[in-house]
Design a protein around this ligand. Sequence first.
Ligand code: 5GP
Length: 237
Amino acid sequence: MFKEEDQIYEGKAKKVYKTENENEVIIFYKDDATAFNNIKKGSIQNKGILNSKITTIIFNLLKENGIETHFIKTIDERSQLCKKVTIIPLEVIVRNTLAGSTAKLLGIEEGLVLDTPIFEISYKKDELKDPLINDYHAISLKIATREELDNIYAQTKKINEVLKKFFDKANIDLIDFKIEFGKDSNGKIILADEISPDCARLWDKDTKKKLDKDRFRRDLGEIEDAYIEVLSRIEKL
Ligand code: 5GP
């Protein structure tokens, strides 16, 4: 279906291929896993397949709820046909429960449930370790305009509401997640990249067991099993 010479980009977890349609690309999900800005490298068996399936379910759910994404259709178990977008170099992070970098930054124990979710943005730049910035940085450095940020935050709020309810039904707490947006050929800002256990913290509601990439980051074992568990729970909904 696609040839190596058509590859236009290779990231840490995915490869992007051009297609005959200049407005569409094929995204291939790899098993490679990295953490701590590439310091820890490894591979999680079948991760590409699992993340592609999980993202497909979530992006279809978001579409049903009026949120446009880059996803067009599944090609095979590791590949998706997607709209070509220009990624806005921001990682948009939502925290419903404090964990990870912000818990560390503020010296607060992981697990504090937040009545009001925290929205953060970081500047997508590997060599700087994706530094946390605020709206003023983004606007002054022309990464996004005020109107674009308002649009991104409004979509992010809705995505969080839909996903929280969805994972709730799977007996999973959506602790936090990172999303990325891009501009399509008409300049419209739409959700891109993926939503999977690679970029979201997912804890079992009863046992608080981590069902996400923290199992890889923190050497907790049973990584593939955790991703399989997430997929099997959301497939049933
Ligand atoms: P933290 O800032 O606590 O490390 O991450 C917050 C959330 O965003 C977590 O769910 C984490 O998986 C996700 N996240 C933050 N930065 C990245 C990144 O560079 N890549 C991926 N895949 N996820 C990220």
